[in-house]
Design a protein around this ligand. Structure first.
Ligand code: ATP
Ligand code: MG
Ligand code: ZN
Length: 693
């Protein structure tokens, strides 16, 4: 970056705005140049590390420019926080998204047309609405800001198809300046951003990615017990921290380990209710020395300055994601640690996750057929997965894609939206009930005839002065008289197909799904390479910086487990193997220690649990625990070796053999070796991976 701050155009105004609107005194590195470029009417691409202060790069210009700043942002939750913060500073900002009822949205559109806002946040999906685009063209956009711009690129770790349409949107709106911002751009992604947004000759700013205060390290772990123990040791070193886990199960495992050791922590994962999540986040933010154990749903926009460590209990899916997540540590400039816990088997697990989130055509077909056979599938994803005999994970992924492609719709979580369509009859109707009369009058004032509009009963209650129950009753009277068609709230679990066609005729481009899968696997491979940088004694920081396209990278950073191994905290007594050994015999209550592939046993257990649920039987009916352990030790890959395990038998081979073999092949591919004691419950031998529960 150039260093001529005094010569920057608009700097004085910007400096004043910084103090007046944001109550800040000084720009952070790079902000002044970016803001100056934006104010000068240049198209600008900004790559700045997490937490460097990208938002200000469009928020401050928004307060200086005469017209509207339109901000495209991927997450509804983030929009809300940002808008609240801006509003609290007296800056007229709002968002328009699907979480609003039609009435609320209409109100915001009205205020938008009246040019009452300085900033408007939207998700890219909003541009599918032509009338929205039309309104924006009329109002005019002074600054078009694309936040989290890496979502535009298939090469990014967070590709969103709607982002890819933003170039066309820009063409249509012709904003005098555009700014695209991201924390995670490799050279490919950066090129994609410029290409897809159709930006001619943009000014590019790439801030140094380095976070020198962040120690980078890796700890090899044998299995889950090692993993949990290492997390607990790290947490016990003190300070706030985040422990990222790739699955909810792992998060729960780490969480209970910390609790067992008397360490305070909050748990945060996608399966929790919004409320509980919000509470966990609040506790984390407001507590000194707080530890959060979380799936990667946590932390987007987390801005706690005193985070001293970030651990990854499992390998994350991409270097971009990893760097973003560890970037939450040490924001106050103080020393912080980022430790990746690594076991090669995790890579296979992560691969399977990627594959499951890109389901096969067969899964799509089966899901589609079930949805065709009913008006509405009301029993939720879990039951649907059982019906089509696929994993819940795969089915969720298929549904997500079908929804994105506009083929199905799903009930919003806990949203009480009614769809109301007034008919021609409404114009001439004279309901007997005064409540119904009053409601009808109000509906006719705001809702178009013949087109469905959505709203919530409390809003109607407010507008009519009736109680919610009275509104409900009045609405059903109008429905009975034929004046209105009412679609009741679509419950959170419901799923319905929007077309009635056989799967073959459904236009669904699965090649994109396959391509996406391939790229995700590629990103994972590069993350795996990062994990192994210590093998050839290469500096870990250098590996990351080069990944992000930085050229001038020194050979040694002085702050990673390769350059300065003495700084790596001891997380497992005597390394993973030794620690397993010592623990194996220490617990009196533990069952006889066995030697088997933990990966296989975990996978077999999970499969057994799902299958048992589907079949409506107890898990031990499929295989009892001893047999399951026997299989995890022998890792059979054919009929003969399968039958050699006690408790199997011919009929089980026929019914479950293929799945068991699949799992064992995976474990073998992960380097787990079969143990030569299949006929009886396995006894102690050379432990590859063990656990004591
Ligand atoms: N010049 C400044 N002085 C002091 N604090 C600042 C300054 N600029 C930004 N901040 C603060 O830094 C924090 C992080 O900013 P912001 O959320 O914009 O980061 P970001 O770069 O968008 O990160 P992410 O990639 O996580 O979205 C915010 O709390 C913001 O108020
Ligand atoms: Mg940001
Ligand atoms: Zn180094």
């Amino acid at each position: 970056m150039r260093a001529m701050p005094l010569a920057l155009p608009y700097l004085e105004e910007a400096q004043q705005g910084l103090v007046r609107h944001f109550g800040l005194t000084r720009f952070r590195p790079g902000q002044d140049q970016v803001i100056s470029s934006v104010m000068s009417g240049r198209n600008t691409v900004v790559v700045m590390p997490t937490g460097a202060g990208k938002s200000l790069c469009y928020q401050l210009p928004a307060t200086l420019l005469p017209g509207l700043t339109l901000v495209v942002s991927p997450l509804i939750a983030l929009m809300k926080d940002q808008v609240e913060a801006l509003t609290a500073r007296g800056i007229a900002a709002t968002f328009i998204n699907s979480s609003l009822s039609d009435l609320e949205r209409a109100e915001r559109m009205r205020r938008l047309r009246a040019r009452e806002y300085k900033l408007l946040y939207v998700a890219p999906e909003r541009f599918r609405s032509l009338s929205f685009l039309e309104t924006l063209s009329t109002v005019g956009v002074d600054l078009f800001a694309v936040d989290e711009a890496h979502c535009i690129s298939q090469w990014g770790h967070d590709f969103r198809p709607d982002y890819a349409m933003l170039g066309q949107v820009r063409k249509r709106l012709r904003p005098p300046r555009t700014v695209a911002l991201t924390a995670t751009a490799t050279p490919e992604v950066r090129a994609d951003i410029i290409r897809i947004l159709l930006m001619k000759d943009p000014q590019e700013f790439a801030m140094g990615f380095d976070r020198p205060n962040l120690f980078l390290g890796k700890q090899e772990v044998g299995g889950d017990q090692d993993r949990y123990a290492a997390c607990a040791r790290l947490a016990a070193l003190g300070g706030s921290g985040i422990i990222y886990c790739s699955t909810r199960r792992a998060a729960e495992g780490v969480f209970s380990e910390l609790h067992g050791k008397g360490l305070k922590a909050v748990l945060y994962h996608a399966g929790m209710e919004d409320d509980a999540r919000r509470r966990a986040q609040d506790t984390f933010m407001s507590t000194k020395d707080a530890v959060a154990v979380a799936t990667n749903a946590f932390g987007m926009g987390i801005d706690k300055p005193d985070i001293r460590f970030v651990a990854h209990a499992n390998i994350p899916r991409a270097v971009e994601a990893y760097y973003q997540e560890i970037g939450r540590a040490g924001r106050d400039g103080g020393d912080a640690r980022a430790v990746l816990l690594f076991n090669h088997a995790d890579v296979y697990t992560q691969e399977r996750l990627i594959q499951s989130s890109h389901p096969s055509e067969a899964v799509f077909g089966d899901v589609w057929n079930v949805l065709q056979s009913v008006e509405e599938f009301e029993r939720g994803v879990y039951a649907l997965a059982g019906t089509v005999n696929a994993s819940e994970f795969e089915v969720s992924a298929a549904l997500r894609i079908l929804e994105r492609e506009g083929k199905i719709e799903r009930g919003g979580r806990g949203e009480g939206e009614h769809g109301i369509t007034l008919t021609e009859k409404a114009l001439a109707a004279h309901p007997h009930s005064p409540d119904a009369q009053r409601l009808l009058k109000s509906l006719l004032e705001t809702f178009p005839v013949g087109r469905q509009a959505t709203t919530e009963l409390p809003i109607l209650a407010r507008r009519t002065g009736l109680s919610v129950d009275e509104v409900r009753h009045a609405l059903s009277l109008l429905e009975k008289s034929g004046a209105a068609k009412v679609r009741r709230p679509f419950s959170g679990r419901s799923i319905r197909a929007l077309e009635r066609v056989p799967f073959r005729e459904l236009e669904l481009d699965l090649s994109r799904v396959r391509e996406q899968e391939r790229q995700n696997l590629q990103l994972l491979r590069r993350m795996t390479e990062y994990a192994y940088t210590d093998r050839d004694k290469r500096c870990r920081r250098g590996a990351i910086l080069r990944y992000f396209g930085q050229r001038d990278v020194g050979a040694s950073c002085g702050n990673c487990d390769v350059c300065t191994p003495e700084k790596m905290p001891v997380l497992l007594a005597g390394g993973p193997a030794a620690s397993s050994r010592s623990r194996g015999s220490s617990s009196a209550a533990a069952p006889p220690v066995t030697s088997y592939s933990e990966l296989a046993s975990t996978e077999l257990r999970r499969w057994r649990k799902d299958l048992a649920r589907d079949l409506g039987v107890a898990p031990f009916i499929i295989f009892n625990d001893a047999t399951l352990l026997g299989l995890s030790a022998a890792l059979p890959i054919d009929r003969e070796s399968f039958l050699a395990v006690k408790g199997t038998g011919e009929s089980r081979w026929e019914r479950f053999g293929p799945k068991v073999v699949e799992i064992c092949l995976m474990a073998r591919a992960a380097g787990h070796e079969p143990q030569a004691v299949p006929a009886t419950p396995p006894r102690v031998r050379k432990a590859r991976v063990r656990r004591s529960a």
